[in-house]
Design a protein around this ligand. Structure first.
Ligand SMILES: NC(=O)c1ccc[n+]([C@@H]2O[C@H](COP(=O)([O-])OP(=O)(O)OC[C@H]3O[C@@H](n4cnc5c(N)ncnc54)[C@H](O)[C@@H]3O)[C@@H](O)[C@H]2O)c1
Ligand SMILES: O=C(O)CC[C@@H](O)C(=O)O
Length: 526
């Protein structure tokens, strides 16, 4: 039974699938103190949050069973992604579910700001009728500068155009084609800042975007500009915004997000030109249902070892590619495990070579699985998420290469591990209808199903060697299920791979090692 801990309010309808799942226990605890969260997280397999719960490195440190942190929304700035990656915990989000809601909210703020709707409302319900105080401005023919033309920025642009606004956009990843398709003018940051009657930010909050709009940026703006932030607090320097409003440079600001949330009695709230909402961009019934459905499905997939799509700390794999790579996953992991156990010493370089049909695909996800298989022999808690990071941390070089020579097989995957003491390799394929096979160990052709207990014996090719090994094992009650031998020359170096029904005692291995013709005996568990 998997424990799914939900620590922020999520839509009941959205998490229906989780509540129905027989292998899941849903524990909903909102408003936990940091100490309470540290206790709860110890036994959780999945954690689902919105933006309130702070998933710090301390929380992640205590998360002994956690496989996934799911953010029901876009921004993951409340989650320590580096700490999660280090620990092999997958972080997923729901990037699409609240786009429309947030774009609509931004547009509502744009109109409210232009027509002083919140201020007028407060005045009317206070019994006043002061039409002169709330004269607004039209959106028609005004310029809206959008900083960050991603999902929400693009939806905002469409709405602004419907109101006959000119839209200028700055986004370092904006192509000419996309700008043209959306009907926006592509500009540099400075041009966009200078052009806008309205400036709306829609970037994530990162090291680069923190205080993207700062004191000097305000000086580049048009007099009487209006500013919107429905993305993340901190993209705009709040102190500089306060000064720019007070000086008259900025005519008004609409804020849904703040550097510190909740913002309390913020100095900006003393200015009548500022309107604000409490981080409501994604707060619609539809968006909350969408994001909760999306992350619930992702959590179930991850817990059950099924393919998933929106990992923040793993490159996303298109569904079609995922489907094509899926059959190779077991082969990849087993090859990695085999070479790690067959070799002596810690890996210094892992070289993966793909040949045949598989070489035509993007094989990076398989290389990660091979790394997981290899590193898990030496390290605890390795998975596809942290394997590349752990390899780098330990100075293991990873080389991925492709070749056209598949030696008559439809596809081949070769994993070679170089340690300080030796180089070992295992090559494998998928046999149509029969599953994974190891076809070569070092330079010895073999045909081994990579599963169960194997004895890997290096010896001299000598009459009677096979019989003597069989006798030792038989005398100790060890049943041999299959046996494969490979040699390079008659009487030269050879290998035996025995599949045995159960693990053998160390003294059986010692007895085998005493035999003259035997150089090494390694038990391999796959
Ligand atoms: N207020 C809310 O409730 C709410 C709801 C949803 C999302 N958000 C926030 O809105 C923001 C946008 O979300 P989205 O779904 O559109 O994300 P997105 O990833 O689709 O778009 C972000 C865009 O910002 C661009 N960008 C990155 N760095 C930039 C920079 N230095 N200058 C200019 N552009 C830059 C990216 O290229 C990208 O196109 C995020 O901060 C997200 O957390 C807020
Ligand atoms: O959970 C929320 O309501 C905030 C969501 C929003 O900020 C996001 O980044 O998706």
């Amino acid at each position: 039974m998997y424990k799914v801990l939900i620590t922020d309010p999520l839509s009941d309808q959205g998490i229906e699938k989780l509540l129905q799942a027989e292998d899941v226990e849903v524990v909903r605890k909102t408003g936990l103190t940091p100490d309470e969260l540290l206790l709860e997280i110890e036994s959780a397999d999945a954690l689902m949050v919105r933006s309130q719960t702070q998933v710090t490195s301390e929380v992640i440190e205590k998360a002994h069973r956690l496989k996934v942190i799911a953010r029901a929304g876009v921004g993951v700035d409340n989650i320590d992604i580096a700490a999660a990656t280090n620990k092999g915990i997958i972080v997923v989000n729901a990037p699409d579910g609240n786009t429309i809601s947030t774009a609509e909210h931004t547009f509502a703020m744009l109109i409210s700001l232009s027509r002083n709707i919140p201020q007028a409302y407060c005045s009317v319900i206070a019994g006043k009728w002061r039409r002169k105080d709330f004269v607004g401005v039209e959106l028609n023919k005004k310029t809206l500068s959008i900083i960050g033309l991603g999902r929400i920025g693009a939806e905002l642009a469409k709405r602004a155009k419907a109101f006959r606004m000119q839209v200028v956009a700055y986004d370092p990843y904006l192509s000419d084609e996309r700008a043209e398709k959306l009907g926006v003018r592509k500009a540099s940051l400075e041009e966009a800042i200078a052009a806008g009657d309205y400036i709306s930010v829609h970037t994530p909050l990162t090291k680069e975007t923190r205080h993207l709009i700062h004191r000097e940026t305000f000086s580049l703006m048009k007099d009487g500009v209006r500013i919107l932030n429905c993305a993340r607090g901190g993209i705009i320097d709040e102190e500089a915004l306060y000064e720019a409003i007070q000086s008259g440079k900025v005519a008004g600001a609409a804020l849904d997000v703040f550097e510190t949330e909740p913002p309390g009695n913020h100095p900006l709230f003393s200015l009548p030109q500022v309107i604000a909402t409490p981080h409501l961009g994604a707060s619609t019934i539809e968006a909350q249902e969408n994001v909760a459905i999306d992350v619930s499905e992702e959590v179930l997939h991850i817990l059950r070892g099924e393919p998933f799509k929106n990992a923040v700390n793993l490159p996303s794999i298109p569904a079609e590619l995922q489907q094509k790579l899926q059959p190779y996953q077991v082969l990849a992991e087993k090859l990695g495990q085999f070479v790690a156990q067959a070799g002596k010493g810690a890996p210094q370089q892992i070289t993966v070579t793909y040949a045949g049909e598989i070489a035509e695909l993007d094989v990076a996800p398989l290389t990660r699985t091979i790394l997981k298989g290899t590193l898990s022999h030496h390290l605890a808690d390795v998975n596809d998420v942290n394997a590349p990071h752990l390899a780098k941390q330990r100075g293991v070089r990873v080389v991925e290469q492709k070749t056209s020579s598949s030696h008559g097989f439809t596809q081949l995957v070769k994993v070679e591990v170089q340690t300080s003491r030796e180089t070992r390799s295992a090559t494998g394929t998928l046999l149509n209808g029969f599953g994974p096979r190891i076809t070569k160990i070092d330079d010895y052709p073999v045909d081994v199903t990579p599963e169960g207990h194997l004895l890997f014996i290096q010896h001299r090719d000598q009459p009677g060697a096979i019989g003597r090994v069989g006798t030792v094992l038989g005398n100790r009650g060890v049943n041999i299920a299959t046996m494969q031998v490979g040699r390079q020359t008659i009487g030269g170096q050879a290998i035996m791979i025995l599949r045995i029904d159960k693990s053998v005692d160390p003294d059986v291995i010692e007895t085998l090692k005493q035999m003259d013709e035997i150089q090494s005996v390694i038990e391999i568990d796959l």
